[in-house]
Design a protein around this ligand. Structure first.
Ligand SMILES: C[S@@+](CC[C@H](N)C(=O)[O-])C[C@H]1O[C@@H](n2cnc3c(N)ncnc32)[C@H](O)[C@@H]1O
Length: 326
């Protein structure tokens, strides 16, 4: 199937609206479809979007548990467009990943001092794996000398396509190998660690729901992290994710955007040309925590750092078992 969008902005909006119309009869998606149709009609013109942003967006944010983004609907073509746009923004706007990239590189450096075999990390809801690409380049630059296995987990059917094209350049240099699995059990993980070849990096793409990892033994990974995933989950799923991640690794890093009017305006301007991507970014911001709310996620086990990397507000939430045990 081809996901490419060949027409201009107007054509893309029309095609999104007609795909949304085709989902209207499905009772599970009725509310989500109505919300998205309203948004994509509004972004046809700056003036109607301005009206939507002033009068509708604040109301939608107040009721944000009900938001379902275009990318969360069963429309692979638009999931592809949204993840691709996000991935391209993350590649082009360094601030979008810098805070978590620095933490991961620092953590890998620390692990290198104590670890004998390969380091195995897992990225939950990994999307297009732009973060991993940037981490690899940083590791190559600093002459990191221990193999790293990145286990990316994402249930979206379009992720393998995006990830394979993302690593083309590293693949051609023989620095990375990429494989896709549909299941990862304790035995598979053990053999993965043994099979690390001459490649510096291995990407194992697991096409499944992240919660399926919960049956793996404790400490299966050296590090678990997730970026821009939490706002897609309900509160209950968020708690389950924390529980599972802290079982799977001694260190967990969560990264997500924080809501700010400034970023909302900037995203509206810079993503205007990409309707599906604009929908993804704007609804994501509307679902994001405010600075104050992110501090409520701090506890005796989790530390929260609010970060401003021009022009983006984000937060890092970190669990470190060594610190928890004192
Ligand atoms: C906004 S994207 C973020 C992608 C990537 N982490 C990034 O920062 O660019 C969220 C991703 O999480 C995935 N996702 C959401 N819920 C998931 C779940 N329960 N299991 C696996 N993947 C999930 C979606 O398919 C999507 O690719």
């Amino acid at each position: 199937m081809s996901y490419f969008i060949t027409g201009g902005r107007k054509t893309e909006i029309q095609e999104i609206l007609s795909d949304l119309e085709s989902l209207k009869s499905e009772p599970n998606y009725r509310e989500a479809v109505a919300l998205n149709i309203e948004f994509f009609k509004a972004i046809r013109y700056p003036i109607s979007y301005f009206w939507w942003a002033i009068f509708r967006a604040p109301r939608i944010r107040r009721n944000r548990a009900k938001i379902v983004e275009l990318g969360d609907l069963p429309l692979p073509r638009w999931q592809w467009a949204i993840l691709k746009t996000l991935s391209e923004f993350e590649a082009g706007v360094p601030a979008m990943l810098l805070p978590i990239r620095q933490r991961i590189v620092a953590e890998l450096g620390r692990l290198k001092e104590t670890q004998k075999g390969p380091i195995v990390v897992s990225s939950l809801g990994c999307g297009g794996m732009e973060l991993e690409r940037q981490v690899m380049y940083e590791l190559v630059r600093t002459r990191f000398n221990l193999p790293v296995v990145f286990v990316g987990v994402d249930y979206s059917p379009i992720v393998p396509d995006i990830v394979t094209s993302k690593f083309n350049s590293l693949l051609s240099k023989g620095l990375v190998q990429v494989r896709t699995l549909s299941h990862l059990g304790a035995d598979d993980l053990r053999s993965l660690k043994l099979q690390v070849t001459s490649h510096m990096f291995s990407v194992v793409l697991l096409s499944t729901n992240a919660f399926e990892l919960k049956d793996l033994p404790g400490n299966s990974f050296n590090l678990v992290y997730h970026t821009r995933l939490k706002h897609h989950l309900t509160c209950e799923e968020g708690r389950e994710l924390d529980e599972m991640a802290t079982h799977l690794a001694p260190k967990v890093i969560e990264f997500d955007d924080l809501f700010s009017i400034r970023t909302f305006v900037l995203a509206s301007i810079f993503a205007w040309r990409f309707p599906a991507g604009l929908g993804g970014q704007i609804f994501s911001y509307l679902r994001s925590l405010s600075k104050k709310e992110s501090m409520y996620r701090q506890s005796k086990d989790w530390r929260v750092d609010i970060i401003y990397t021009k022009p983006i507000w984000s937060y890092l939430r970190i669990y470190d078992r060594a610190e928890v045990r004192g």
